[in-house]
Design a protein. Structure first.
Length: 138
């Protein structure tokens, strides 16, 4: 998210450079804007972390497991459309309606799957590293 915010700030920095003749003041304004953006991004990430922790510690199995189940479903859709259906159609006379190749898989679906799996893998790695560190490397 910070990349998007900093990308937005580039044109703003250009405007500051053109509008503010005092270079020191311009640098201070840009530093203040960048600091505010970083602070806001940190607050957003902490809020997102709190939501995920609350879900993981929830009493309901549905509350704890909806993210992994969503990832399983997305992986199934991609495997079904990209592997299973083409194989069935190649080796049988069955006609199965499917998405128009990989181009029809919405980019948002790929992004969601990538972020979801990346977050899961990173969190598991951190979890195992912390456990290993607490156990003294055993």
């Amino acid at each position: 998210m910070i990349g998007a915010v900093l990308g937005f700030l580039k044109p703003v920095f250009g405007i500051i450079d053109k509008a503010v003749k005092d270079k020191d003041l311009a640098a201070k304004l840009k530093a203040d804007l960048e600091q505010a953006a970083l602070s806001n991004d940190k607050a957003f990430m902490e809020a997102a972390q709190a939501v995920i922790v609350a879900e993981a510690q929830g009493e309901s199995a549905a509350q704890r497991n909806w993210r992994p189940h969503l990832m399983y479903f997305l992986m199934f859709l991609i495997a079904f459309n990209g592997v299973l259906v083409p194989l069935l159609m190649a080796f049988t006379s069955i006609e199965i309606p499917m998405l128009d190749a990989w181009a029809s898989v919405p980019s948002q679906l790929w992004t969601l799957l990538t972020v979801g799996m990346g977050g899961y893998i990173a969190s598991r790695g951190i979890e195992k590293s912390v456990k290993n560190w607490k156990d003294g490397g055993k």
